[in-house]
Write a protein of this length. Structure first.
Length: 380
C-alpha cells in the first residue's frame, strides 16, 4: 500500500512538472491569438498516446510562424465556422471570410426553404417538365443517385416526398396514417429522378416526387469550402457546420481532432476522432424528434418505408469525400450495424461507426486508426 501511494505521488508530481514545462514552452513560442491556449487546455487529452492517420502530403508550417484566424457566422440557423493557420494574418482573414461566404452560397442554392433555389425549381416542376440546372448541381445529383443505388435506397434524395406528413415542430404531434405513407411511397425511388447529361436537365418522373439536398448539404458545403481554402494556398484548417466538420493539415505537430458527441446525452464525454484531410459526419435520431407513448419518432426516415429508422441511435462516417460521407452517414443510420458496415466495406475512402438502441458501438475495422471507441455508450 505504501509503495502504491508513493508511485501515485511521483506520477502526480511528474504530471505537474510536464504541464509546467509545457506552459513555459507556450510562453516562449509567444503564439498570437488563442491557438496555443486551446492546445494547453486540451493538454491532458493530447498527452495520451493516440494512433494517428498517415500524414498529409503538404507539410504543416511550424506553430511559431503562423497566425490563427477564425470566422464564424449563423447561416440558415446553423452555426458555421472556419479556422485557418496562415503566415499572413490578412490573407488568412480574407480566405476564411471567402470560405464562410461559400458555405452561405451553397445553402442559398440548395436549401428547400429558399424560393429561388434549384431544388425548389425541380420540385415545382415535378412530373411535368424538365428543369435545366447548373453543371455543379447536375454533377452533385449524379453522385447522390449513385449512392442511392449502391445503398439500395437507404439513402435516397426523393425522401423529401414524405415532407409535410411528418412534422416534429407542431404540437400536439400527430403520426401520419398508414395509408398516407403508402400513397407517398409510390413517389420514392432512385429511378424517379431522370438526368439528361447533354442538356444538364433534371426531371422527376412522378407528380409529387420531391428531392432534397439535405443529406449532402453540409458535406457539399465542406467540400466546396475546403477547395476555396486550398486555392488560397492554405494547408492547415478546420471547417465546422453544425456537428459536422472537415480538417486538413495539422495543429502544430499534431493532427486535428474532433469530438464525436453522444447525441442522446450531450453532457457525456465526447469521443475524440483524429482527422487529416477528412470529414467527420454524424446523423442521429436526436436532431428533430418527438416522444409519444414511450416511442421516439424522428426525422431520420427510412426512404423505403416512410417510417423513422429503428434500432439505431446515431451514425458517424469519416471520409475524404465530405459529400458522400454525409450521405453515407444517413444510409448507415437506416441500415444499422450489419448492412451498414457492409456498405462501408465497399468504399475504400470511408470508415465509420453506428450505435444501436442499446448503446452498443459497431465500427468498421479501420476506425481504430482514427479513434478510441468504447464498446458501449449511455443512451438512456
Amino acid at each position: 500500500m505504501t509503495a502504491a501511494a508513493g508511485t501515485s505521488s511521483t506520477s502526480t508530481r511528474g504530471s505537474v512538472i510536464l504541464q509546467w514545462l509545457f506552459a513555459l514552452e507556450v510562453r516562449r513560442m509567444n503564439m498570437k491569438h488563442t491557438c496555443m491556449t486551446a492546445v494547453l487546455l486540451t493538454w491532458p487529452q493530447l498527452a495520451v498516446a493516440q494512433p494517428h492517420p498517415a500524414p498529409v502530403a503538404a507539410p504543416a508550417v511550424a506553430p511559431e510562424d503562423v497566425d490563427q484566424v477564425e470566422e464564424a457566422r449563423l447561416i440558415h440557423g446553423v452555426q458555421a465556422s472556419v479556422r485557418v493557420y496562415s503566415k499572413d494574418a490578412a490573407a488568412g482573414h480574407a480566405a476564411a471570410q471567402a470560405a464562410i461566404n461559400e458555405i452561405a452560397r451553397i445553402y442559398d442554392k440548395y436549401d428547400l426553404h429558399t424560393r429561388d433555389s434549384e431544388a425548389t425549381a425541380i420540385n415545382s416542376a415535378a412530373g411535368t417538365e424538365e428543369v435545366l440546372v447548373s453543371e455543379e448541381t447536375f454533377q452533385l445529383l449524379t453522385r447522390m443517385l449513385d449512392l442511392c443505388r449502391r445503398s439500395n435506397g437507404a439513402y435516397d434524395p426523393t425522401v423529401a416526398s414524405y415532407d409535410f406528413l411528418w412534422n416534429f415542430s407542431i404540437r400536439p404531434f400527430v403520426r401520419p396514417l398508414a395509408d398516407e405513407i403508402t400513397g407517398r411511397r409510390k413517389m420514392i425511388g432512385c429511378d424517379k429522378v431522370i438526368l439528361k447529361p447533354v442538356q444538364h436537365a433534371v426531371r422527376t418522373a412522378t407528380p409529387g416526387t420531391r428531392i432534397t439536398f439535405a443529406g449532402v448539404l453540409h458535406g457539399f458545403a465542406l467540400e466546396r469550402t475546403s477547395e476555396v481554402l486550398r486555392k488560397a494556398g492554405l494547408n492547415d484548417f478546420r471547417i465546422r457546420i453544425g456537428n459536422d466538420q472537415f480538417a486538413q493539415g495539422r495543429v502544430g505537430t499534431r493532427h486535428w481532432f474532433t469530438a464525436a458527441p453522444n447525441t442522446r446525452k450531450p453532457e457525456e464525454e465526447p469521443m475524440q476522432v483524429y482527422l487529416t484531410s477528412q470529414a467527420a459526419m454524424t446523423v442521429s435520431d436526436s436532431d428533430h424528434f418527438v416522444l409519444k407513448n414511450g416511442k421516439r419518432y424522428h426525422d431520420g426516415l427510412d426512404p423505403r418505408t416512410g417510417m423513422p429508422a429503428e434500432g439505431t441511435v446515431q451514425a458517424t462516417v469519416i471520409g475524404s469525400d465530405p459529400t458522400m460521407a454525409g450521405a453515407m452517414a444517413h444510409a448507415l443510420l437506416v441500415l444499422g450495424p450489419k448492412a451498414g458496415l457492409a456498405m462501408l466495406a465497399h468504399d475504400k475512402q470511408a470508415e465509420g461507426f453506428v450505435v444501436d438502441a442499446t448503446g452498443k458501438i459497431f465500427a468498421s475495422p479501420a476506425m481504430t486508426e482514427y479513434a478510441h471507441l468504447p464498446a458501449k455508450m449511455p443512451v438512456e
